[in-house]
Design a protein around this ligand. Structure first.
Ligand SMILES: Nc1ncnc2c1ncn2[C@@H]1O[C@H](COP(=O)(O)OP(=O)(O)OP(=O)(O)O)[C@@H](O)[C@H]1O
Ligand SMILES: [Mg+2]
Length: 336
């Protein structure tokens, strides 16, 4: 497959401040590619250079072979942008807004009507199409925004944090639209987010970006495998800081943290017998253990609990995720 997007050492300076510090990556045709990074990482600035909103300070990129510095008009016919901020006319209906965007791309007449009807279906808003945008929920407005990026049938779609401030229902609609556009129409998608679960769910590969640099780029699976270890949650009847410190010092354990005791749910009326069974839960503790190798850490933790007569009440081995990869690479959390 040829690359639909080739980014080559892209730099953006705002005065003295270098927001993007030489970013390079390629996206294959038909891929859903994630750009994952915290606030201020440079995601929007990068996308803005790829879509003609900002001129690169240095470096370049090609979309379908067209250079974004010298052939932006051609590049624009291939790509669609769904910006982080909404760009809709509140008093106009969803349909009228979308017709406006279609005309900007030179669509008219029956073609325009058909394209607008199609993108309304893609974001599941056909039924609300003729109501004014100002009567829509935040999530519905976002979906119209996505539809606006699709009217001219781009081969490459940039989605910049499409689910921020969106209700769960609209969020699911957005996920479904992304997957459908990719699977049914073969659209290549660049998905920007600081929600690692979304990138894990939707993308085949991702670049982790921090302070203007790509610090890791691989398939989601390889990014996670890079970590080796993971996190285990061990429920115990009792735990105190001494136990925690002893566990933290065990082989294959990097860190141990006492989580707040779990609170038993109140018993249903007439179910007093259950109360006795739930009681240990209310007093027990959960120790969160960050490991270098989860299987081996479990063995040493259980050994320690046995020799110290601490009863194990639950054990959960959590799969490592992109959040832990980011923490590992930067020492920072993805979200504050
Ligand atoms: N027009 C501008 N002038 C000066 N600095 C800017 C400008 N636009 C962005 N920046 C700075 O560049 C850096 C990268 O910003 P950018 O918007 O690309 O981050 P982001 O990764 O999209 O973050 P978020 O997740 O918050 O949207 C930030 O420090 C930001 O303050
Ligand atoms: Mg942004």
């Amino acid at each position: 497959m040829p690359a639909i997007l080739e980014v080559d050492n892209l730099v953006k300076k705002f005065g003295e401040f270098e927001a993007v510090k030489g970013v390079s990556f390629q996206v294959e045709e038909g891929e859903v590619f994630g750009l994952l990074g915290p606030n201020g990482a440079g995601k929007t600035t990068t996308i803005s250079m790829l879509t003609g909103i900002l001129a690169p300070t240095a470096g370049t990129a090609r979309i379908g072979g067209y250079d974004v510095r010298t052939q932006m008009a051609q590049a624009k016919t291939l790509n669609g942008l769904v910006p982080q901020d909404l760009a809709l006319y509140p008093t106009l209906s969803a349909r009228a807004n979308l017709e406006f965007f279609g005309r900007v791309y030179g669509l008219k007449g029956r073609d325009l009507k058909e394209r607008v009807a199609d993108v309304l279906r893609v974001v599941s808003l056909t039924e609300r199409a003729d109501q004014a945008i100002e009567t829509f929920s935040g999530g519905m407005k976002r979906r119209v925004n996505i539809a606006a990026g699709l009217v001219h049938q781009p081969r490459l779609l940039f989605l910049d944090e499409p689910t921020v401030g969106v209700d769960p229902q609209s969020r699911n609609h957005i996920f479904e639209s992304v997957l459908r556009l990719n699977r049914e129409r073969g659209m290549s998608i660049i998905y920007t987010s600081h929600y690692m679960e979304e990138v894990e769910l939707l993308c085949s590969r991702a670049a982790i970006i921090d302070e203007g640099r790509i610090i890791a780029l691989d398939t989601i699976k390889n990014l996670i495998a890079m970590l080796g270890g993971g996190v285990i949650h061990v429920g115990v009847e009792r735990a105190d800081p001494t136990t925690r410190d002893a566990i933290a010092a065990l082989p294959m354990v990097k860190e141990a943290v006492l989580l707040a005791p779990s609170v038993a749910a109140p018993p249903a009326p007439g179910a007093e017998a259950d109360l006795h069974e739930r009681a240990p839960l209310a007093t027990g503790s959960v120790i969160k253990i960050v490991t270098e190798h989860s299987q081996q850490a479990v063995v040493s933790v259980i050994g320690y609990l046995n020799t110290h007569d601490i009863m194990l009440t639950s054990l959960e081995i959590l799969e490592p995720n992109l959040e832990s990869v980011f923490l590992h690479l930067t020492g920072k959390k993805l979200r504050d």
